[in-house]
Design a binder for this molecule. Sequence first.
Ligand SMILES: NC(=O)c1ccc[n+]([C@@H]2O[C@H](COP(=O)([O-])OP(=O)(O)OC[C@H]3O[C@@H](n4cnc5c(N)ncnc54)[C@H](O)[C@@H]3O)[C@@H](O)[C@H]2O)c1
Length: 494
Amino acid sequence: IVFFLQQQIEVPQPPHEFKDRLTKTGHRSLSCSLSRSSTDNLSSGTKPHTDEEISPQNKEQKNSKGSNDFCIRSIRQAAFGRREIEMAEQEMPALMMLRKATQGEKPLAGAKIVGCTHITAHTAVLIETLSLLGAQCRWTACNIYSIQNEVAAALAEGGVPVFAWKGESEEDYFWCIDKCVNAEGWEPNLILDDGGDLTHWIYRKYPQLFENIKGIVEESVSGVHRLYQLYKAGKLCSPAINVNESVIKQKFDNFYCCKESVLDGLKRTTDVTLSGKQVVVCGYGEVGKGCCAALKGLGAIVYVTEIDPICALQACMEGLQLARLNDVIKMVDIVITCTGNKNVVTRELLESMKSGCIVCNMGHSNTEIDVASLLTPDLTWRRIRKHVDHIVWPDGKQIVLLAKGRLLNLSCSTVPVYVLCITATTQALALIELFNAPEGRYKQDIYMFPKKLDEYVAVLHLQSYDAHLTELTDEQAKYMGVNKSGPFKPSYYR
Ligand SMILES: NC(=O)c1ccc[n+]([C@@H]2O[C@H](COP(=O)([O-])OP(=O)(O)OC[C@H]3O[C@@H](n4cnc5c(N)ncnc54)[C@H](O)[C@@H]3O)[C@@H](O)[C@H]2O)c1
């Protein structure tokens, strides 16, 4: 890998304009079901009630090596968390391969990474990979709901200073970020952020740290957006890599994550049978394509709405029925929004739905369905299950609203770990790249993930299949005008 990194990497120019694609993958609650099962297990007797009541800030805890440089719910959960991490490792072959690929070399030796991500079993695999590659890591959570306490305990037991516990308050959240950054005798030289809170905290409270920071890796749209705001204000103090828009993430995360999870979300909440059901999917981008593929696989009759003629044509050529929402709304059984847009499903459309229609969102945040328009005195809301509300009209008609219009899969289902591994590997390689890049390769700007590394993430994942990649001959490489070892596509390829 060191050889690989020593090769000159073509550095793509930062895009002129930030394209707010309205993706918000960085803030998803990735550990829904994993942490739910963990919590169930723990709450069934192994954890004394008082443990939950005492704030971790007021507890004196040490790991087995005597370190108290962490703040988590309970170090006693470490063994249980270790099993969760070992299970995630099975589904994260590329990170495990990255550990082996270094063959004793430590591409992150000397790196001091401060991280703010979800604290879940699969991010633990990333954090421990970074540590094995030579980095010293300090970690905190970007999302107070997704934290797996037992995983935080396993990390702390393994020697990673981690500051996070499930359900921490907003005040605790920033306290944890501060504890992570403001450590005696330790200064970070790399930032791994998901959402931008950590970067902004350092920027506001400890700007002098940027003198040593070699770079920021940011995963989420909102975090990248905040980086661009800093950049435009002339305040970005170090290079940053936007992994959100890497080809590998866009092609795999959005499509496969949704393909693998939409049915799970529908079934866990409603126990619905999809076979023969009429479903309308709004938007046929990567997320819509993933949803349609899964729904078709179960024999649903799928309609698609689109505004873009190219995506619309793709839908038609996949044998899907392109329609306007107005025209099909009365007959469909399920409505799924995936547009990244707002008010795609309005009160007027909700009025037209047949009784029992299931309405949910796989797209941006909670803007796609006009849920606020349902908060009128004529309608009754009935909580049926967690994440399931019946909205009842005076005449008895009811619609089934899932997750109050928030992202269905992220609220109600598991998220496929193998797909998350692709993003985690991208983050690891971006950190290695920033740390090892020769002076001057990156300036105080925002860069796309280098194409060569994008392809390398795929190479690492290919090794988990019995897959055999074809090699270009010299003649073919010359004919195509590419290097035999890649990159195989231009940096603008999407
Ligand atoms: N649930 C998840 O796990 C997950 C994962 C990744 C992204 N997302 C979110 O899903 C949304 C879509 O992501 P994507 O990668 O598919 O984006 P995309 O841009 O590829 O696709 C969105 C599609 O919706 C179409 N569209 C826009 N407005 C429309 C309207 N009013 N009616 C019909 N079609 C319309 C666009 O033409 C586009 O083709 C984003 O908000 C993103 O944040 C969710």
